[in-house]
Design a protein around this ligand. Structure first.
Ligand SMILES: Nc1ncnc2c1ncn2[C@@H]1O[C@H](COP(=O)(O)OP(=O)(O)OP(=O)(O)O)[C@@H](O)[C@H]1O
Ligand SMILES: [Mg+2]
Length: 284
């Protein structure tokens, strides 16, 4: 069997921002494989954004603090690479795309990063056309950002990041400004990018139900420590998740309750449609 490459690794890692007395991340040991789609959850203030910053190198290169242990991204120590080098490996999408889109047109915005890393015109054109197509935003190419909806802005932000051809994409609450339908479309798009291009994705997202069909792994953080990590299908049925403020989707909660009543299912059904099918099968 083909073994998957480890693309992100934390070894005995701890971090505290300078000035703070308690560590924000503690004893983090973590391994993410190439092609994983990881959902990162936990209560507000538990350290999710901080953990992402350790992957894209903003920690320790921009934020100072006590940094212990190792973070390895694509075989190299993050602390030895500068943020620009890391940006070609790790794409970062903010919660608010306004922070990411600042040029006068969608096209200019997408090529900005490519020009910055000194790519040739020809390669820039190829990548521009590719991301416009991959994200279905060809029609927005010459539009100024202020004419775009939030969902369109989020796609443009991701296009700019994807054009850099990163191996890893990290997203910090990317759907918080989107309505449920647009949020779902956006998450499905991430699922497609993960499948089609083998992109490793880590997303912080409170709306877990949106992610259950695309993410394969989950990490639950609490007070700076990992309390659960592993296969989403395995961990999502753990009733202790509620203790950590993780809003388990109703369809999972229902299965957990039924299990308490000795109604056992062979597998975990992650969405209503599949679960309904199973119920129907049993009733007939
Ligand atoms: N730049 C900073 N300097 C000092 N402390 C910080 C800094 N950024 C975050 N913190 C502290 O680190 C802790 C973790 O913050 P972080 O932003 O990583 O949490 P989070 O899990 O992303 O929370 P949320 O769900 O609210 O976004 C918090 O106690 C926060 O106050
Ligand atoms: Mg955060």
């Amino acid at each position: 069997m083909e073994t998957l490459a480890e693309i992100i690794k934390f070894i005995n890692f701890s971090f505290s921002y300078s000035g703070s007395t308690t560590p924000i991340l503690k004893n983090i040991n973590l391994s993410i494989e190439e092609g994983d789609f990881v959902l990162l959850v936990g209560p507000s203030g538990c350290g999710k954004s901080t953990l992402l910053r350790c992957i894209n190198g903003l920690i320790p290169h921009l934020y100072n603090g006590a940094y212990e242990g190792e973070v390895i991204v694509d075989g190299e120590l993050v602390k030895n690479k500068n943020v620009n080098e890391l940006a070609t490996k790790v794409g970062f999408v903010f919660q608010n795309p306004e922070n990411q889109i600042f040029m006068f047109s969608v096209e200019k915005d997408i090529v900005f990063g490519l020009e910055n890393i000194g790519l040739e015109r020809n390669e820039i054109d190829i990548r521009l056309k590719w991301v416009l197509h991959a994200l279905g935003i060809e029609h927005l190419r010459y539009k100024p950002p202020y004419e775009l909806s939030d969902g369109q802005k989020q796609r443009v932000a991701i296009a700019g990041v994807l054009a850099m051809k990163p191996k890893i994409l990290i997203l910090d609450e990317p759907t918080s400004l989107l309505d449920p339908r647009t949020a779902l479309d956006f998450i499905l798009l991430l699922g497609e990018l993960n499948k089609k291009f083998g992109l490793t994705i880590i997303v912080v997202e409170h709306r877990i139900d949106l992610l259950t069909n695309v993410a394969n792994k989950i990490i639950v953080l609490d007070k700076g420590e990992i309390v659960f990590k592993g296969l989403l299908k395995e961990i999502i049925k753990n009733k202790n998740l509620n203790l950590y403020g993780v809003g388990v989707p109703p369809v999972i909660a229902l299965q957990n309750n039924l299990r308490d009543e000795d109604i056992i299912f062979d597998e975990v059904y992650l969405n209503v449609k599949d679960f309904a099918k199973e119920i129907k099968r049993r009733l007939i």
